[in-house]
Design a protein around this ligand. Structure first.
Ligand code: NDP
Length: 232
């Protein structure tokens, strides 16, 4: 029985990851900040039976420690660090009025917390057979792709996540742990908004295929949902 842990599983891309992996027969540890209010996730868990809902604010070190001790001795094949935050979309994300508090919050959620969570669960990953970590990044974190400027807060948080992804892939190679930064496409979710180009079903189907094909050779790469490499 394979096991996957997904953060931010109550809505959007995380909920879709939970659905598809559970339907594929995986045991899914699905984290949400608000277990009691996560109606769609709870309904899915009741229907499928192989989803365990856990409470986690990814920025809370005590809660991370709680998950670590709760999962002590539990193998996890794949860790999907999906929870993310865009930060402000107004002028406070633009040069001239950059909001320092929001910037730090966004860096905490998108960059620091996923790495701290991976750090906490490394023993569980080493007990698994697949040994894979997928970080939900964004093409907006690509320096090469940035032709429009702006979005300082979100872009820098994902670029920093990419840098950490690369280091982690190198550092964990000797333990056969594979690490990838994923661009999910522009996806119809609360974050992606109504003009997005693809639905979460298509995005997650593609990313599952990328994760499935992830090897020690492709570890440390930045890949879109359709398998296309993204330039750093
Ligand atoms: P949504 O905004 O729809 O969902 C975000 C998820 O992250 C929610 O489950 C949210 O929980 C959770 N989250 C936010 N902050 C925290 C926190 N502190 N602790 C725990 N969970 C938290 O986003 P998407 O589903 O669209 O995005 C998923 C990932 O994909 C993100 O990392 C995003 O940056 C990335 N991405 C998305 C794109 C898109 O087009 N949608 C494009 C490129 C990248 P809650 O409900 O409690 O707020």
């Amino acid at each position: 029985m394979k096991t996957v842990l997904i953060t931010g599983a109550n809505r959007g891309i995380g909920l879709q990851f939970t659905k598809q992996y559970a339907e594929a027969g995986y045991t899914v540890f699905a984290t949400t900040r608000t277990p009691l209010e996560s109606a769609e996730l709870n309904a899915l868990a009741n229907k499928l039976g192989n989803i365990k809902v856990l409470s986690l604010d990814i920025t809370d070190e005590k809660q991370i420690a709680g998950i670590k001790s709760m999962l002590n001795g539990q193998a996890i094949d794949i860790l999907i660090a999906n929870a993310g935050y865009y930060g402000p979309k107004d002028e406070t994300s633009q040069f001239g009025q950059l909001d320092q508090v929001e910037w730090l919050k966004t860096l905490h959620i998108n960059t620091i917390a996923p790495l701290k969570f991976a750090e906490a669960l490394i023993d569980n990953l080493l007990l698994g057979n697949e040994r894979k970590i997928a970080f939900l990044s964004s093409k907006m974190g690509s320096m090469t792709d940035n032709g429009s400027g702006g979005s300082y807060i979100y872009r820098s948080s994902k670029a920093a996540l990419n840098a950490a992804t690369k280091s982690l892939a190198i550092d964990l190679a000797e333990y056969d742990v594979k690490v990838v930064a994923l661009h999910p496409g522009w996806v119809l979710t609360d974050m992606g908004g109504p003009n997005a180009l693809i639905n979460s079903e298509t995005s997650v189907k593609g990313m599952r295929s990328v994760i499935n094909k992830l090897t020690e050779k492709t570890s440390g790469s930045f890949v879109a949902y359709d398998g296309q490499p993204i330039p750093w």
